[in-house]
Design a protein around this ligand. Structure first.
Ligand code: F6R
Length: 605
């Protein structure tokens, strides 16, 4: 949430910062701002709206000739979307950009007498004023004193007026990475903003102050003791973070799924059997547990739902799926025999992180499934299983979902093997079926024009229902989330057998119902439920396996998935539902990649 970038070096800071902001815009796109410094000279602009508006306002000679600066793209928390609430916030000697939430900003502004001085409604301005209040020429002292007062999460980047060529940064929870390259020193919310300069970076450690100069970066703790950074390397390049000819990131990422799945699955197969030795994941956590709790938010949680439906019958132990934001408040039942699997694409989602910390307090073993290398959730879990999807830029998650599923399937298979439920031969058969998902997805991607046509039947609807039973129900949860978040059409997923207990009252003539019937065991029951909605006028978009026999009076549109095995149909089914959501949103003229009110990486509670 909120994208931040700082640069000091030999090049013109304006373009570096604006380009970086464009890369970071998926983190928040309500408003954007920039401040540039060169000796006594400065340029600051803050504008509501996307970075493109800010860019227009920076298209002036006045913004040229600076070597140091900060940029921010905002997802509003405190205070509405306006120029004045945009960052940077300037207070006396201090220019500051902030990602996070300051919980005690009211009491700070009261205790330090800022109430009459504030010009914005933001918590961030209070931080700028507090640092300025403590500043007497020593930036470290001012920052140290300010963060001792501040409660909440933050990543701050600060320029002091009398030190215009240096950037000082400090963070607590909110993400921040930094790097030095030939062009100078960079700090940013995530690597997408700096990948065009170098693929080496470090995660800014918490409770440290880092100082960026044109020549390099220093890190020191609050006692001034210097430290060396732990360098990391990203294994993707700048092209991975660009659209590469696709009209939207979302469409590009949907098409990347075969590659992402291959990269996630293949390195974990030894003689076709899942093996996590190179991930450093010990089998002990799989053997010595009597319960699995999966914790996540949104799409990641819906991947967890599929994991539950897949693992429980396989392992014969209870698997619960928990909404991370609820978990902390429901006195969870877990102990050292519980395996907690935390799923997060970004590895930053604060609700998920808080739940992970709680699980660790209870003594549970924690394994995270994370896409972003070095992210907080990855670093704080006992074990991490990285998905190799590359950067996911579109706010609506697509490729991260399918690689999370593949990870859960590999983990489920490994667990079945080490717990004696599977022989090596059956485990190898399982992974062979999992790999069949890749050509199945490719086939859907090649024939997507019919899905676009189906979107025309949805685009003017006010409500869309997704129904299915068993695993199909778990798949439909993600289908409905995808549609509602980018098309703004109300969509709900229901267990098909549950409809008649109330929800069927909402079915009217032409109400679209996306019906999933890919599970043999409950196929005929699901078809009966579909008949129930069809009889009430629903417009049914049916998804079945290729060999399913269905009479044509059950549906209006029929998609089939080229997958023989029930457990694995989710992969092509997910792609159909992603494309349906994508085309519906695009036909409605929405900004597919940046749906309203949302942002990638939810780092506020
Ligand atoms: C929906 C979506 C969100 C995320 C959720 C968790 O398309 O992207 O629902 O899945 O915010 O994010 P991560 O996986 O980064 O923890």
């Amino acid at each position: 949430m909120c994208g931040i970038i700082g640069y000091t070096g030999s090049l013109d800071a304006r373009d570096i910062i604006l380009n970086g902001l464009e890369q970071l815009e998926y983190r928040g796109y309500d408003s954007a701002g920039i401040t540039l410094r060169d000796g006594d000279k400065s340029f600051t602009k803050k504008k509501a709206g996307p970075v493109s508006i800010l860019r227009k306002h920076c298209n002036t000679d006045e913004a040229l000739g600076f070597n140091c600066g900060l940029g921010h793209t905002r997802w509003a928390t405190h205070g509405g979307v306006s120029d004045v609430n945009s960052h940077p916030h300037i207070a006396g000697n201090v220019s500051l950009i902030h990602n996070g939430i300051i919980e005690n900003y009211h009491s700070i502004s009261k205790d330090y007498g800022f109430e009459d001085e504030l010009i914005s409604d933001t918590d961030s301005e209070v931080a700028a004023r507090l640092i300025n209040h403590f500043y007497n020429g020593d930036p470290y002292d001012a920052i140290k004193k300010a963060v001792a007062v501040i409660k909440g999460s933050y990543a701050f980047c600060i320029i002091f007026n009398d030190i215009p060529d240096k950037i000082f940064c400090v963070r607590q929870v909110s993400p921040l990475v930094a790097t030095h390259a030939d062009e100078g020193s960079f700090v940013a919310s995530d690597v997408t903003a700096i990948i065009s300069y170098t693929n080496r970076y470090f995660v800014v450690p918490e409770e440290r102050i880092i100082t960026l100069t044109a020549e390099g970066i220093t890190i020191c703790d609050f006692d001034g003791i210097p430290e060396e950074p732990d360098m990391l390397e990203v294994n993707w390049n700048v092209e991975s973070a660009q659209k590469n000819g696709y009209p939207h990131y979302m469409l590009k990422e949907i098409h990347e799924q075969p590659d992402s799945l291959r990269s996630t699955i293949m390195p974990r197969l030894k003689k076709n059997i899942p093996d996590f030795t190179e991930d450093g994941i010990s089998d002990e956590i799989f053997i010595n547990c009597n319960k699995i709790s999966i914790i996540a938010c949104g799409t990641a949680m819906y991947a967890g739902m599929v994991g539950k439906y897949m693992m429980e019958p396989l392992l014969k132990i209870p698997v619960s799926v928990n909404i991370a934001s609820e978990y902390r408040y429901e006195n969870p039942i877990l102990d050292e025999n519980t395996l907690v699997i935390v799923i997060s694409q970004s590895g930053e989602t604060i609700d998920t992180l808080a739940a992970l910390r709680l699980a660790k307090e209870y003594g549970a073993k924690t394994l995270s499934i994370v896409n972003v290398k070095g992210s907080t959730i990855a670093r704080e879990s006992d074990y991490v299983f990285y998905t190799h999807a590359g950067p996911e830029i579109a706010v609506a998650s697509t490729k991260a979902y399918t690689v999370q599923l593949a990870s859960l399937y590999l983990i489920g298979c490994r667990m079945a093997l080490v717990r004696g439920k599977y022989t090596p031969a059956i485990a190898a058969l399982f992974t062979a079926k999992l790999l069949e998902s890749i050509p199945a997805i490719n086939k859907i991607l090649l024939n997507n024009s019919e899905i676009k046509d189906a979107a025309k039947h949805i685009m003017n609807a006010t409500d869309v229902f997704f129904i299915g039973r068993g695993l199909d129900y778990a798949f439909s949860l993600e289908g409905s989330l995808k549609l509602k978040e980018i098309s703004y059409i109300h969509a709900e997923a229901y267990a098909a057998g549950e409809l008649k207990h109330g929800t069927i009252a909402l079915i009217e003539e032409n109400t679209p119902v996306v019906a999933l019937a890919t599970q043999d065991q409950i196929f005929s029951k699901t078809i009966s439920n579909i008949r129930e909605v069809k009889a009430r006028g629903a417009f049914v978009i049916l998804i079945t396996k290729e060999n399913a026999v269905v009479s044509d009076d059950v549906y209006d549109i029929h998609f089939t998935v080229p997958m023989k095995y029930d457990r694995f149909t989710v992969f092509p089914v997910a792609v159909i539902m992603q494309l349906l959501a994508y085309y519906t949103s695009d036909l409605k003229g929405h900004d597919v990649d940046k749906p309203r009110n949302l942002a990638k990486s939810v780092t506020v509670e």
